[in-house]
Design a protein around this ligand. Structure first.
Ligand code: C5P
Length: 222
């Protein structure tokens, strides 16, 4: 891979869901499979990069020639990413939980024996891993994902700006069969000039190779 597009570059990728504990036996999480992030890691390694893959809890084998760091919570994921710096390119494909329980109960929460009332769980905001890393003075070339069910372009552009990104990969998760927890994806990539490049629906491996080639081009031009 000496002649790869990303030879000599360090690419940091986040993937999968995060898991936020409620008590010793329960947690809050989401349906992210990690497939897109793992496919991107594999494609970046094929392009010659040194790849660090920081992954939440997923059921996927580690691709060849990749350093994988397993984490559970959003705060663990941020710490693992910071420990992996410096990097040239950051691709944040993880579906990070936006909130976590304010405190983890030390013992299993019990149902009230004398009432059928519901339970109120106090949640607090998690750190934004991508925004934190993309706002550093030594910021990497930063690529985020926007998975939306409506107003895709508008929300994606807002994230590009507020998180200080170079590129945002927008995907419409309302369309059955693509995106979250599926084998295929179809995405648009939007840059700071608001130019949009579309990648038609295909397997996540193929989309990943197309995205890595596109990101490598833009990284070279930056
Ligand atoms: O704000 P939203 O969660 O929709 O943004 C999605 C993008 O931000 C993804 O690239 C995701 O990996 C990243 N993100 C993050 N840390 C968070 C929330 C989102 O890195 N706490």
């Amino acid at each position: 891979f000496a002649g790869g597009r990303l030879t000599g570059r360090h690419v940091l990728i986040t993937a999968g869901p995060t898991r936020e504990d409620i008590d010793p036996v329960r947690y809050i999480s989401n349906h992210s499979s990690g497939k897109m992030g793992f496919a991107l890691a594999e494609a970046a390694a094929e392009a010659g990069a040194r790849v660090t893959l920081v992954s939440g809890p997923v059921h996927l084998p580690t691709p060849d020639r990749i350093e994988r760091i397993d984490v559970i919570s959003a705060r663990d994921m941020l710490a693992a990413c910071e420990a992996a710096l410096p990097c040239d390119i950051l691709i944040a494909a993880a579906a990070v939980a936006d909130y976590r329980p304010q405190a983890v109960a030390p013992q299993k929460l019990k149902k009230s024996p004398d009432s059928d009332d519901g339970l109120i769980l106090q949640l607090v905001r998690n750190p934004d891993i991508l925004a934190t890393l993309a706002q550093r003075a030594d910021r990497p070339f930063s690529v985020g994902f926007a998975a939306e069910t409506e107003n895709l372009r508008e929300y994606a552009l807002r994230k590009l700006k507020t998180k200080n990104l170079d590129l945002i990969v927008a995907n419409d998760v309302a369309i059955p069969g693509i995106g979250f927890n599926s084998e295929e994806n179809a995405v648009s990539v939007i840059d700071r000039a608001q130019r949009e490049t579309r990648f038609a629906q295909t397997g996540k491996g193929k989309i990943a190779r197309q995205l890595i080639a596109f990101i490598a081009d833009r990284f070279d031009q930056a």
